[in-house]
Write a protein that binds this ligand. Structure first.
Ligand code: FUB
Length: 321
């Protein structure tokens, strides 16, 4: 009933599609959620897995928003591969941040004739349209999954990487940087121990999500491909040193990737992720979902379980790839 009420009230208020319960978006496959709170609303930036995909077939990004975490409005496709004339494939996991009265959307894409690079879309509105801020990559080292963070002192950072974890200090314009990209040491103390892979000894895989809470810096990331689970580390500063803190969300369901995004909104904390929970869903046909949670008193993140609608995602097909 709650879901039905949500859909009805949303349709009354908005012309576009809206849904409640998990998965958040049920009319298309979506992946790589990146939530952003702005002016009392949650904006959810995602990728789009095309129907019937048997590999990552992703050509555009989507935006949804909500004022209550139940009714979601579909704002369509404010940015796609065509936004970046220098890119030709792989509209993968991005992150959007508000600054300077603008919205910056950092995304990994494949450069024409080259490897993966990170571009920046910019818009005057959280729902776009976004244009290419630079006309070229901001960073290009073959690695993916950018995430921007602005510290209390105004210094902005961009984190990204798979198989490495990188950061660079962004300038105040958010589309240039100072110094060179720096590789964060992937120590087992910092990022846990991956069993059985001497080439890749720590759990860190991809998708860093960095934020600060009560003076402590959190880095929540996809761990130990494949299947991935979500793990996290904390640090006294934005560049470390990082200490491994454990699992946030265990492997569950039929997607071999997962991807974290965390925001606080209207007094609650919300963990966004993706899985293969829609009909026809799987590793290349994913769906974004969300769990409300409460931090433990000592600031640690509780272990979270995927839910589908009102129930747990424990009846999904096991991981097959
Ligand atoms: O969606 C394509 C890739 O899969 C993303 O960049 C990774 O984070 C993983 O979710």
């Amino acid at each position: 009933l709650a879901a039905a009420v949500g859909i009805i009230s949303a349709l009354a208020l908005f012309p576009a599609t809206a849904e409640a319960d998990n998965p958040i978006v049920q009319h298309i496959y979506t992946a790589d959620p990146a939530p952003m709170v702005h002016n009392g609303r949650v904006y959810l930036y995602t990728g789009h897995d095309e129907d019937g995909s048997t590999t990552f077939t992703m050509r555009e990004w989507r935006v949804f928003s909500s004022a209550d975490m139940v009714n979601w409005t579909d704002h369509g496709v404010p940015m796609n591969l065509g936004t970046f004339a220098w890119a030709d494939a792989n509209a993968w996991a991005g992150h959007t941040i508000a600054r300077n009265g603008k919205f910056y959307w950092y995304v990994p894409v494949r450069r024409r004739g080259g490897g993966m690079a990170i571009g920046v879309g910019v818009s005057d509105s959280p729902t776009g349209p976004f244009r290419d801020a630079l006309g070229r990559p901001l960073v290009e080292n073959g690695e993916i999954d950018p995430h921007a963070f602005v510290d209390d002192d105004g210094q902005a950072y961009l984190y990204w990487g798979n198989p490495n974890l990188w950061y660079v200090r962004l300038n105040a314009d958010m589309i240039s940087f100072s110094g060179s990209p720096t590789r964060i040491p992937l120590t087992t103390a910092g990022f846990g121990t991956r069993p059985g892979n001497p080439d890749r000894p720590t759990l860190y895989e991809e998708a860093p999500w960095v934020y600060k809470r009560n003076g402590l810096y959190y880095n929540v990331y996809a761990a130990q491909c494949c299947s991935e689970h979500i793990a996290y580390s904390t640090a006294p500063g934005p560049t470390g040193p990082w200490t491994y803190r454990g699992t946030v969300m265990p492997t569950q369901g039929s997607s071999f990737t997962n991807h974290p995004g965390i925001v606080d909104y209207k007094g609650g904390s919300y963990f966004f992720y993706h899985n293969g929970a829609l009909p026809g869903g799987g590793g290349y046909t994913r769906s974004v979902a969300v769990e409300k949670f409460t931090y433990n008193a000592d600031g640690t993140i509780p272990r979270l379980t995927m839910t589908a609608g009102p129930g747990p995602v424990d009846t999904l097909d096991p991981y097959v790839r």
